[in-house]
Design a protein around this ligand. Structure first.
Ligand SMILES: CC(=O)SCCNC(=O)CCNC(=O)[C@H](O)C(C)(C)COP(=O)(O)OP(=O)(O)OC[C@H]1O[C@@H](n2cnc3c(N)ncnc32)[C@H](O)[C@@H]1OP(=O)(O)O
Length: 217
């Protein structure tokens, strides 16, 4: 039987900073909120409109047919936890809707896969592909023909020029700029404010302008 939007209760996985942004996103999209699941009760100030349903064990009490999950984990570097939360719930049969804030601008011929989140003010130009569980945070600009791999997070204010390819599980830090045609390898991290002029190898961390590998002792 087909589910209507009114039947579905959205449950946020997590209760931190990104989860709070999602409360606004769900409200802006006029979607029904069921609560949140997090290892411990949310901190004081967490809105009562989003009750804590319990820790991971609460997933087992949800009706898969009536619940849609929303990945409430952001990242400030490695994205492994965002991926783990998504993959684990998917294996159990849950689904993650694609969410696009009404203030975002999404051109024609943009492909958004399961669980992609497009936050307020983001702009996606023609021919962009956004794979599953990608987070495009507040005010990102993703220009024509870019491809963004699964589980990647573009932090607030990131700018991708045309035809940039970003691998899976990448974190691109706040305000970073990536020049046209550059390829960023899987699991790489781009530091906040970096200007990336050349391809980045998988797993590397780059910072600065022009971006260079972060030397580790
Ligand atoms: C809504 C939201 O909040 S979403 C989250 C937004 N936040 C982000 O995107 C944060 C992105 N993360 C960063 O930029 C981080 O600094 C990282 C991942 C690049 C590096 O983090 P760490 O590995 O912990 O590095 P650490 O802080 O130890 O710094 C190591 C060196 O790199 C330098 N460095 C760290 N980040 C940067 C940066 N973005 N640009 C330039 N230099 C940097 C530090 O100054 C330090 O230099 P030093 O050794 O000369 O003192």
């Amino acid at each position: 039987m087909k589910r209507s939007a009114a039947d579905i209760s959205h449950v946020i996985l997590g209760a931190g900073g990104h989860a709070r942004s999602l409360l606004g996103l769900l409200a802006a999209c006029d979607l029904r909120l069921g609560g949140c699941i997090a290892p411990a009760a949310p901190e004081v100030g967490w809105p009562a409109s989003c009750p804590w349903l319990g820790n991971d064990a609460a997933l087992g009490r949800l009706d898969i047919a009536r619940a849609a999950l929303v990945n409430g984990l952001g990242s400030v570097g490695p994205t492994a936890l965002r991926r783990q939360v998504f993959d684990t719930a998917r294996k159990r049969g849950f689904t993650f809707p694609t969410l696009v804030h009404p203030s975002a601008i999404v051109a024609e011929h943009v492909a958004l896969f399961e669980g992609a989140q497009v936050l307020a003010g983001a702009i996606l130009q023609a021919g962009v592909t956004v794979e599953e569980n990608v987070l495009l945070n507040t005010g990102c600009i993703v220009d024509h023909g870019c491809w963004i791999g699964a589980h990647t997070h573009l932090a607030p204010g990131v700018t991708l020029s045309g035809s940039v390819t970003i691998g899976s599980g990448v974190h691109v830090g706040t305000g970073a700029v990536i020049l046209q045609g550059v390829r960023i390898g899987d699991l790489a991290i781009v530091g906040a404010g970096a200007v990336v002029t050349r391809d980045v190898t998988p797993g590397a961390t780059v910072v600065g302008n022009p971006a260079r590998s972060l030397a580790r002792p």
